[in-house]
Write a protein that binds this ligand. Structure first.
Ligand SMILES: [Fe+2]
Length: 233
């Protein structure tokens, strides 16, 4: 299974503090049958240039990779890029896509999105160089106008939800409905640390298998894998 959203790289953002914690997170992902994990460290254009971010990210990965063996999940370097007004004009945006693909994990404002914001998303969705994946969309949907998700899907915008969406009774119902209706493309752990925000991909796997059966779960896993392949560059 793919974990499309994680903060496993050491000492780069508010995720893993050091190599030991990164290794512990990766071991949990192995136990949860994650074969590929996207290392989506936070990127904030207000604070840093893409060049500087990529240099820091690659350094963190290189240090971690010295400790990795083939038992660990395949790590794809990426970023969780915070949306800002004008992002569609950012020249280096494609350098922040998930390694080897045109998939860009975008973190949206925690508020009702303005028409200007939505229009900019639509504009981004027309790019040939990137394919947008909205990060943990379950956090924002209740604040948006009715029908927005359908509108964004029509533009080909992809959706990631966190594994925790499948945890509580209340949110699980919404998660199942979205999954069944084909509104979820990727699940991510969004793991940050061992103590407070460990990976819980297993919770989502088990919930999906229990609700819809193992074949459905496997089909979803295959679908996500195929998307990674489909948008390879
Ligand atoms: Fe995140």
């Amino acid at each position: 299974m793919v974990d499309f959203h994680s903060h496993i790289l050491p000492s780069i953002d508010d995720g893993s503090k050091n190599i030991e914690e990164s290794m512990a997170l990766l071991k949990l992902l192995v136990e949860q049958e994650v074969k590929t994990v996207v290392a989506s460290s936070h990127f904030y254009a207000d604070f840093e240039s893409p060049e500087s971010f990529l240099e820091r990210r690659n350094k963190a990965y290189n240090e971690l990779s010295l400790c990795l063996s083939s038992d660990f999940p395949n790590i794809l370097l990426g970023a969780e890029v915070r949306f800002y007004s004008g992002i569609s004009r950012m020249k280096e945006l494609s350098s922040l896509c998930v390694e080897g693909t045109k998939l860009l994990l975008l973190e949206m404002p925690f508020s009702r999105w303005t028409e200007y914001t939505v229009n900019e998303l639509v504009e981004l969705s027309c790019s040939n160089e990137i394919k947008i994946v909205l990060a943990h969309i379950e956090r924002y949907l209740h604040m948006q106008e009715f029908g927005l998700l359908e509108r964004l899907r029509e533009q080909g915008i992809l959706v990631q939800v966190n594994a925790s969406f499948f945890e509580s009774m209340l949110s699980r119902r919404k998660a199942f409905k979205m999954l069944k209706n084909g509104y979820i493309d990727f699940i991510g752990s969004d793991c940050h640390n061992i103590k407070h925000r460990p990976p819980t991909i297993n919770v989502s796997r088990e919930a999906i298998a229990k609700k819809f059966g193992v074949d459905f779960l496997n089909d979803f896993i295959e679908y996500s894998n195929n998307l990674l392949a489909k948008y390879r560059v």
